[in-house]
Design a protein around this ligand. Sequence first.
Ligand code: TYM
Length: 413
Amino acid sequence: MAASAEGRDERASPVGRDDDSNEQEVNPWSVRGGEKGIDYAKLIEKFGSQAIDKELLDRMERVTGRQVHHFLRRRIFFSHRDMNAVLDNYESKKPFYLYTGRGPSSEAMHLGHLIPFLFTKHVQELFDIPLVIQLTDDEKFLWKDITLEESYRLAYENAKDIIACGFDVDKTFIFTDLDYVSCEPMFYRNILKVRKCVTFNQVKGIFGFTESDSTGKIAFPAVQAVPAFSNSFPKIFGDRTDIFCLIPCAIDQDPYFRMTRDVAPRLGYLKPALIHSTFFPALQGPKSKMSASDPTSSIFLTDSPAQIKKKINKYAFSGGRDTVEEHRQHGGDTAIDVSYQYLSFFLDDDEKLAHIKEDYESGRMLTGELKKVLIDVLTKLVDGHRERRKAVTDDVVRQFMTPRPLNFDKSCK
Ligand code: TYM
């Protein structure tokens, strides 16, 4: 099976802290950029992943016969581990699957949370492969001031938003840890196998845990690791351990999977492949954090058209000049303009985006006009999501969340 690491040293520094300046911090619980936002090239270096380069994108297009998604064309997904092995698998018609997840800490998901799910949906359709989605209600109970009942309830609410992205019920299994650990013995067995391999020193190094962290936290990473092993899903894959896994996520989740890739060979399992996205920035700009508890920091999937308009007009950091005259003369700066950056995530038409960039940078387009384009794009996106979510009944959720066989070609040719 072609699932080996692609050459780089995976021993990265703990949790992506920037030791030189102490500026940049990226880990599953904290994302903080330096003066100019997050330096993604530095993260690749520190985490020991690989940049998504033109050669890889060309190969993806050759292998799939389709233009790559605009998230890849614009390097919104910018880093990977073992994507060439994924393409080898596809070319040799070996089965593989996708795994991604969500930590249910809030009722409403923001636009940033949507990025990995939209991309995962695209990849699922592209390769026609099964997908498992983990809702870590246990993780949120351990990290947040929240009861088990509440995080379990939020997991089901978030499942509705995830289903509303348009996943295929015949190929997708969604589970909460609280449910799955009690109904699938293989899941817990794999968790124990991982825990036996990982010492406190190792999780301290990878995640920055200290001696005052609860043992719940220290033991949790194994739970996020094991969906990357195909025999954790006997209803889908039987007892097979040779079905390769690809994990799309933002780069903050990478520490979990560095650990997973480290223990996999010791358990006789395959290392999962990863594809990492950058972060969708907060309205106030990439230096500040988008937070589910701060409604002014982002657009939520529950926001009304009036809220979207107000938030963008009032809070979206502008790269425009102080006066119209100055703006007409010198133009705006798209590199720091949040409205432009949001469009680069959600406006898939390359030509239209290039025109907007040209017009804004030359001063022909004013900040208010740029914001109006964004308001239209996001209102349409969020309204469409709201409509699809309304159609997600409890029965639909139950179908997605029932452990069952999925529809895919299991033969290993
Ligand atoms: P959570 O709920 O923090 O985030 C869910 C997914 O969204 C990504 N993400 C973002 N992507 C782009 N821009 C942002 N601003 C942004 N904020 C969050 C996260 O990287 C994640 O992919 N522990 C996980 C849940 C989980 C998981 C997984 C995630 C369990 N298994 C496997 C990815 C893959 C969590 O709390 O995610």
